[in-house]
Design a protein around this ligand. Structure first.
Ligand SMILES: [Zn+2]
Length: 315
């Protein structure tokens, strides 16, 4: 496997580190949330977000890994306002410089806050496939964000910032006394969804390859490959897993996610072959799928955007 290790000392020379003062919840205009949950001694995350409105980043999780020399951020939420809330919460637990942002994938609820971190001098990293998609679609997605339920006010000040480092297989980052491995398990939720793994702690940020307690968005997924990717994720033997949405997870949740995808794909194909009515199909799907408390509207979105398109029933 190709590996590339980057060291903070080299990046110091390359990166303009314009460290600004910490933002506060007050000047971000957002409502202070419960803050970051401590997952390990040097790892914090938003997890198990119950309010999954667009304004609340669709309930996306995000987190940080703190090394001796700085902080690595995993995902940046949906807007400048949300990113400022995140930065305020980071500053409540560490004043170390924010060196890196890793986008687990390109979706807006995981990457539209990038600009606020770029302003702090953070280097943004993504998988090459999703970096390409971001460059192609990001501006249009920001323009059309009202289609996702986000108003101009919600996105005030939101500036896109692209990943400046991309990789295809693995990338190791030395934060100082904390190695972080970025791993590509093959296509899953998107073509370039990546994992953030702390091998010494067996701690994993799975991004949206794993949803717990949420129905997943899977309309852009390659479901057969995704099921295989979940095997690769399970092989890491992570003891603590931060999913892209939902509460903290473990190995059994990876198996449940696989089962969900298999059931969804089989049934959606069968139903879409005999009907072009998304409401009927979604109703039947709800009866068969394992219940999850959040994200039920995504069942119909997945039917419309993937299965009815593939069956030719929708453009
Ligand atoms: Zn996503």
């Amino acid at each position: 496997m190709k590996r590339l290790t980057i060291c903070l000392c080299t990046l110091f020379l390359l990166a303009p580190l314009a460290l600004a003062g910490p933002a506060t919840a007050a000047d971000s205009g957002s409502i202070p949330g419960p803050g970051l949950t401590r997952i390990a001694e040097n790892v914090y995350a938003y997890v198990d977000i119950r309010n999954s409105t667009p304004q609340n980043s669709f309930g996306a999780n995000a987190g940080i890994v703190i090394g001796r020399d700085g902080i690595l951020v995993v995902d940046t939420l949906v807007s400048a306002r949300e990113a400022k809330r995140f930065i305020a919460d980071i500053r409540a637990v560490s004043d170390k410089p924010i060196r890196y942002v890793v986008n687990t994938h390109y979706h807006l609820d995981h990457s539209f806050g990038n600009g606020e971190f770029a302003k702090l001098g953070a280097l943004i990293i993504a998988h090459a496939n999703d970096r390409k998609t971001m460059l192609q679609n990001g501006a249009a997605a920001l323009q059309g964000a009202k289609d996702f339920g986000l108003s101009e006010a919600d996105l005030a000040g939101t500036e896109l910032a692209w990943p400046v480092i991309a990789f295809t297989d693995r990338l190791e980052i030395d934060l100082g006394e904390q190695m972080v491995e970025l791993i590509y398990p093959g296509p899953s939720h998107t073509d370039g969804s990546l994992l953030v793994f702390l091998p010494d702690q067996k701690l994993l940020f799975a991004g949206d390859a794993l949803f717990t307690g949420y129905h997943p968005f899977l309309a852009e997924g390659n479901l057969a490959a995704w099921v295989k990717a979940l095997d690769a994720i399970a092989a890491l033997d992570a003891q603590t897993i931060v999913p892209g949405h939902g509460p903290l997870a473990a190995g059994k949740d990876l198996a449940e996610m696989q089962e969900y995808l298999v059931i969804f794909d089989k049934l959606a194909r069968e139903l879409a072959a005999g009907s072009s009515d998304p409401e009927f199909i979604a109703g039947e799907m709800k009866k068969a799928l394992p219940p999850r408390p959040e994200g039920e509207s995504l069942i119909m979105a997945n039917i419309r955007m993937k299965y009815l398109v593939e069956s030719g029933a929708q453009p």
